[in-house]
Ligand binder design. Structure first.
Ligand code: PGA
Length: 248
């Protein structure tokens, strides 16, 4: 038997539909909800669903506030592979959200980045904290860009990307030398303070990380495993991502 907070769908399409419904419910219940949002291949269809709901006026993002999990560094926001540009392309050009924040990847000193990371955290607190965070999982077991070794109390900060993560990013850059080696990410501690969390994973390539996160030790070597300490986390998988779970 799967744990009650784990749902397995036939394919990515159904998984994304269900995640979009969950987010829509959150926003309908609390029109000024504060959301944490990911980038990546998996959430694209979730954002399409949300955009369609906004287009049909069954959902209103005008009072929603969002904070993205991460951004490459250095990375000008207007650059096409930036997560800022991704979010515009896949969500914010299509929904009526006015207050959306993505960590700023503009090149600057580490000290300035540190100050801006503290401001990012403060801004989340000022609007009442995160109501719902949507997360993907990397092959390394990362959430946001919290790679193996990230502790449970980490905050928004500059990090070094794992080699697997940089390899997975290659299609967006075309040349390994162009893939940034660093990023700014919300911390594991920042994520765990959210009132609700959704972890979504799709495809066979994620199955091993999912197994370690759901059934392995709770350890900084698999940062997604820390989510099991959270009282309100939903794990949404497709069958391919769930295939190594012992209950499957
Ligand atoms: P993906 O990435 O959605 O592109 O698979 C998720 C992640 O690495 O966090």
């Amino acid at each position: 038997m799967y744990p009650p907070n784990l749902r397995v769908y036939a394919d990515r399409g159904q998984l994304c539909q269900s995640v979009a419904q969950r987010i829509a419910e959150c926003v309908r219940e609390k029109p000024d909800a504060v959301l944490g949002l990911p980038t990546g291949a998996t959430p694209i269809a979730v954002y399409q669903e949300l955009a369609e709901m906004c287009r049909q006026k069954t959902l209103d993002f005008s009072r929603v506030i969002t904070f993205n999990l991460d951004e490459y560094f250095p990375m000008p926001p207007q650059s096409p592979p930036s997560y800022h540009a991704f979010m515009r392309r896949h969500l914010f050009d299509h929904v009526n959200c006015r207050r959306w924040f993505v960590p700023d990847g503009t090149a600057r000193s580490a000290a300035q980045v540190g100050d801006d990371c503290a401001t990012y955290e403060q801004r989340i607190q000022e609007v009442g904290g995160l109501d719902l965070v949507l997360l993907g999982i990397g092959r390394t077991g990362h959430i946001g860009f919290n790679e193996p070794g990230s502790l449970a109390d980490t905050r928004t900060r500059l990090v070094v990307l794992a080699p697997e993560t940089r390899a997975d990013a290659l299609p967006d850059f075309g040349n390994p030398n162009l893939v940034p080696s660093q990023a700014i990410t919300m911390g594991v501690g920042t994520i765990l303070e959210a009132r609700a969390i959704i972890l979504m994973a799709s495809g066979e390539r994620k199955a091993d990380a999912v197994r370690q996160a759901v059934e392995g030790d709770i350890t900084a070597l698999v940062p997604a495993s820390f989510l099991r300490r959270h009282p309100n986390v939903g794990i949404y998988l497709d069958m391919a991502a769930a295939q190594f779970l012992s209950a499957a």
